[in-house]
Design a binder for this molecule. Structure first.
Ligand code: FFO
Ligand code: ATP
Length: 205
């Protein structure tokens, strides 16, 4: 874990961590993802009826397949991020079940064809991709600002109900770094799940 990360190092940090997670073997990935899934399923805040935003892992991200299979088996309604244009927002979430068709978006990440969209702020829990996180729940993503712009609602209070959606990062433990610089638009995570367990953070938004 590096102690200090300044803004000019963010680019390098993104590159290093992306490279590092791409170097893991399939066995290491699957083991970590199974362990992380096990931790999530035991979390008391994942209520039975929760509508859950998930994502399809790419670029060496901690795999979400076991997580998606387990949430589907427990009967959760699942949603995937959609960037397809024209949309009135940079990113929406489309309802999806694992048997429904997908097509690649501009980054080659698969997204549902179905157009039953919800705004991210109308979900209960959102499992969030990330490149790095810190002990305060600060998140560094791929740099598109999609999650920050979508979940700005948590700062201005237009959410479904108080305290939602819970934003929960999904990552390898090695993606934790020293304090990340906070940009005014950054939306913090409520928790992170790694192969080592669940970490919760307490902050205002
Ligand atoms: N699996 C997954 N899905 C996700 C995200 C994510 O981080 N992971 N996103 C989280 O926001 C959104 C997509 N955001 C992304 C932003 C940049 C790149 C990316 O590969 N950028 C390239 C340059 C791309 C280009 O402009 O050609 C790069 O940085 O190498 C990918 C996804 C929605 N879906
Ligand atoms: N709420 C917002 N309103 C307007 N622009 C925003 C907002 N949030 C982020 N941005 C823009 O998006 C750009 C990328 O933000 P940032 O580097 O924090 O993305 P990220 O969190 O790493 O990416 P992602 O959320 O896609 O994984 C910023 O430079 C900023 O200009």
């Amino acid at each position: 874990m590096s102690p200090v990360v300044n803004a000019s190092n963010l680019r390098t940090l993104r590159q290093t961590l992306r490279k590092q997670r791409n170097m893991l073997s399939s066995k290491q990935r699957l083991e970590a993802a199974n362990r992380a899934t096990h931790h999530l399923l035991r979390a008391p805040w994942l209520q039975r009826k929760a509508h859950v935003g998930v994502f399809l892992s790419s670029d060496g991200e901690l795999p979400t397949e076991p997580l998606i299979a387990a949430l589907h088996a427990r009967g959760h309604q699942l949603y995937l991020p959609v960037l397809a244009q024209p949309l009135p927002h940079p990113m929406l979430f489309a309802h999806w079940t694992p048997d429904e068709p997908l097509k690649p978006n501009r980054y080659g990440i698969l997204e549902p064809i179905n157009r039953q969209y919800r705004h991210g702020c109308q979900l209960d829990v959102v499992i969030t991709p990330l490149v790095a996180f810190d002990a305060q729940g600060q998140r560094l993503g791929m740099g598109g600002g999609y999650y920050d712009r979508t979940f700005a609602c948590r700062k201005i209070g237009t959410r479904k109900k108080s305290g939602t959606p819970l934003l929960i990062g999904w990552a390898y433990a090695f993606q934790q770094v020293g304090a990340l610089p906070a940009q005014p638009w950054d939306v913090s995570l409520n928790g992170v799940i790694t192969e080592n367990g669940v970490q919760r953070f307490t902050h205002k938004n």
